[in-house]
Design a protein around this ligand. Sequence first.
Ligand SMILES: *Cc1c(COP(=O)(O)O)cnc(C)c1O
Length: 385
Amino acid sequence: MTPLHEPLVDTEELRPTHLEVDLGQLATNYRALVARLGEVAVMPILKANAYGHGLVAVARLMERLGAPCLGLAFLEEGIRLRRKGVRTPILILGGILGDQIPRFLEHDLILTASSVDKLMAIDAAARAMGVRASVHLKIDTGMERIGVHWYTAPELLEASTRCTHVDVLGIFSHLATADEADPTYTRLQLERFEEVLHFYEARSLPTPVRHLANSGGILKHPGTWFDMVRPGILLFGVAPSQECPVEGWGVAPALTWKSRVVYFKVVLPNNPVSYGATWAPSEWTRMVTVPVGYGDGYPRALSGRAEVLIRGRRYPVRGRVCMDQVLVDVGRESAYNGDEVVLLGGQGTESIRVEELARLVGTIPYEILTSINTRVPRVYVGEDG
Ligand SMILES: *Cc1c(COP(=O)(O)O)cnc(C)c1O
């Protein structure tokens, strides 16, 4: 088995802090989506280190499960997977620079063509290299991010029919508000996308694979499913927003962020803990130190707010989160050096959900997941990594 995480040093397994990723749960999630979506293809979106779960391991799993295509944000993410032996088609969703095009072609990565100029540059590069380029056309139906506006899209579609070294495999757009309660803007984007697609029908040309739905679209707007969907956060068992619950979809989170108690002491009344001396106990209490901090991606904004699990119970984080350590107040209970601490995920019957941490920090679950950085080793359990 090839290593799934590249360690800093060979003693990394001794680090008490790691992120346990349940590949069996991710497989369950993927299969649940495939079953629910029927004829609609499912393209797992694995950008940002597979939403923190580890790009290579998750990509290999999805390849084994038969995913038709993987979606990534950047060229270098795609090259990494190719170097790790992943052969499945890979679509790079983000914008490209002209000098990157040969690298896409070299590594057999599908490009997003987001303007006539870029499409022409792709065609020219493929011709020069004597290969064919695979592209998906990107239509902007209301994000004002990359892609041609829906109202000028016919120029891009027209241009694509004149390319000699480009295969247009897909056409897509992206939804701005699919996970919100109000469906109005999503409906407008859907109408605009359909209007663009009319180009193919009107000319009796075969329509490339059409895709529009992110997790919010999948959960709330079946009309946006078309031929293929692009689940990111939903694949990882997390709801994109509170308005978009995942109950009934057969998915669950797959991460447990674990550490261990490395130090224990009694703190006397009025003796403040951690930087800034922002909090002190009013009565004596037992305080443990856990070797994880904002330098690992545990947000500093959780200072004095978050709870962690020890021996199946919740205990508060006190004072400021440090770069490499946090302090947890176990009160009059006891905890011992080596006790497991869970920062995210379940322990016994309790659990800390990513939504909870996101709410405490004032952000979205996406940011919590993708902020857990590579200093935290990923440990894979469940389905064979
Ligand atoms: C990130 C991304 C997705 C996945 O979004 P989720 O909300 O995580 O499902 C889908 N499509 C594009 C173009 C993206 O950039």
